[in-house]
Design a binder for this molecule. Structure first.
Ligand SMILES: Cc1cc2nc3c(=O)[nH]c(=O)nc-3n(C[C@H](O)[C@H](O)[C@H](O)COP(=O)(O)OP(=O)(O)OC[C@H]3O[C@@H](n4cnc5c(N)ncnc54)[C@H](O)[C@@H]3O)c2cc1C
Length: 399
């Protein structure tokens, strides 16, 4: 059997790995000219740890730990109001913290040589037949596959080709997020510094294992569908928000000048009504993006890839495999999309009172404001989430 996977993020290469282990021929296409290695600290939790263990890459992942010591809440003058060391209650730094780019590289390197990667490619059209799919690529070439897997992320364009335009997948969270890399300055430490400004910004500075700093700037906005923004427009938009906002916001605005890896955009949860149609299926963020604020996007992508490949390996008809994949995995994915009550507004402290609540409340590790904000930014709901029992598809032997 032959699969085409669109998207070489986490979900695509993970699915490719497991399918290849089950004996499939796999082609992965990536729209960018090379792997996109941007992004910040992500963590791998729950059954996803078991999946990477089965692949034999857990130690390599741990060796790429970012070195972050925990979370420190800071005020406008830079004073630390509270610290939450790694794994302590209230801390958002997890045992396995790795830069997204490092993880993507590790997964792609773990792929068997038989998996073919093609860059600068995307899908223009899907011609469905009972026994396969004829894919038309963006260069006009056509090729036949047994199944097509759309793993092209939150803003997937392939999704519409797979399930059609009426599947109502987007749920706007009312806020924008940005991610970028900054030079490390004297005075930067190995703590994730978390600042809530009086004018509705939540800004982060986090250490990485490459001698630079990772920053994220987040704010509420009604603007759900912005037009395409150039790099300069993104930079300017962030700088306008940051200037005069206290703490290191002016420094971040200044340092943005030389930065070219800016991601900025509105945050949507993806809630596709159905994940497959015929021999085409959605995977990862394209199917069930929970947003980075839950901290679960990568964990879901890893577990989902294992399940999707396993079901394909154990069913004769791909259509039956896709139905089984959705039956097994949808509940878990949807549970992990749930955000706590009051989110996202509470995190942004638009009133002075809320801001004080967050900064003062941060002094008490278990205080409810901190827990709510923590829930918003990194999946504090973990305590209540269901666990996922990995089926045994013979993968343990295959790995
Ligand atoms: C550059 C980047 C930075 C990120 N940073 C963070 C972060 O800091 N924190 C966090 O929690 N999550 C981040 N994410 C999201 C996180 O990677 C996902 O939530 C999670 O890992 C699930 O991964 P995925 O493979 O489903 O999607 P993604 O990781 O988004 O990967 C999708 C891939 O598909 C490619 N693609 C897009 N359109 C097409 C197309 N039409 N054809 C072919 N390929 C296409 C993209 O270039 C990308 O490589 C980031 C994603 C990206 C792409």
């Amino acid at each position: 059997m032959r699969a085409l996977i669109a998207g070489a993020g986490v979900s695509g290469p993970m699915t490719a790995y497991w399918l290849a282990k089950h004996g499939w021929d796999v082609v992965v296409i990536e729209r960018a000219e090379q792997l996109r290695l941007g992004g910040q600290n992500i963590d791998i939790t729950d059954a996803a740890r078991e999946v990477v263990r089965m692949m034999g890459i857990e130690d390599t992942i741990r060796a790429h730990h970012t070195g972050e010591k925990g979370v420190a809440f800071v005020d406008a003058e830079g004073r630390v109001t509270a610290r939450f060391p790694v794994e302590e209650k209230g801390s958002l730094t997890r045992e396995i913290e790795i830069l997204r780019g490092d993880l993507v590289k590790i997964i792609v390197d773990a792929n068997p040589e038989s998996v073919e990667y093609r860059y600068g490619r995307s899908i223009d059209a899907l011609g469905r037949r009972d026994d396969g799919v004829t894919v038309t690529f963006d260069d006009g070439a056509t090729e036949d596959f047994d199944v097509v897997i759309a793993a092209d992320g939150m803003n997937s364009r392939t999704r519409e080709l797979v399930i059609g335009p009426d599947a109502r997948p987007r749920d706007y969270l009312g806020c924008w997020s940005s991610y970028f890399t900054l030079p490390r300055r004297e005075g930067d430490d190995d703590w994730w510094r978390w600042y809530t400004s009086a004018n509705g910004i939540v800004a982060f500075l986090r250490p990485d294992n490459e001698g630079t700093m990772r920053s994220s700037v987040n704010f509420l906005s009604d603007d759900d569908h912005p037009p395409h923004m150039s790099l300069d427009e993104k930079r300017k938009r962030l700088q306008d928000r940051l200037r005069g906002s206290g703490w290191e916001c002016d420094r971040i605005a200044d340092d943005l000048e030389g930065v070219d890896d800016i991601y900025l955009g509105p945050l949507h949860q993806i809630k596709a009504d159905r994940w497959s149609d015929g021999r085409c299926v959605l995977a990862g963020d394209a199917a069930h993006c929970p947003t980075p604020y839950t901290g679960m996007g990568t964990t879901l992508a890893i577990i989902g890839a294992y399940v999707l490949a396993g079901e394909l390996a154990t069913h004769d008809r791909p259509e039956d495999a896709f139905a089984a994949y959705e039956r097994r995995f949808r509940d878990f994915a949807e549970t992990n999309q749930k955000l706590p009550p009051g989110v996202p507004d509470i995190a942004y402290a638009q009133s002075e009172m809320k801001r004080r609540l967050i900064n003062l409340g941060a002094k008490v590790a278990a205080s409810s404001p901190v827990q709510s904000v923590a829930s918003f930014f990194d999946g504090g709901k973990r305590s209540e989430q269901v666990t996922f029992d990995l089926p045994d598809y013979g993968g343990r032997k295959a790995a």
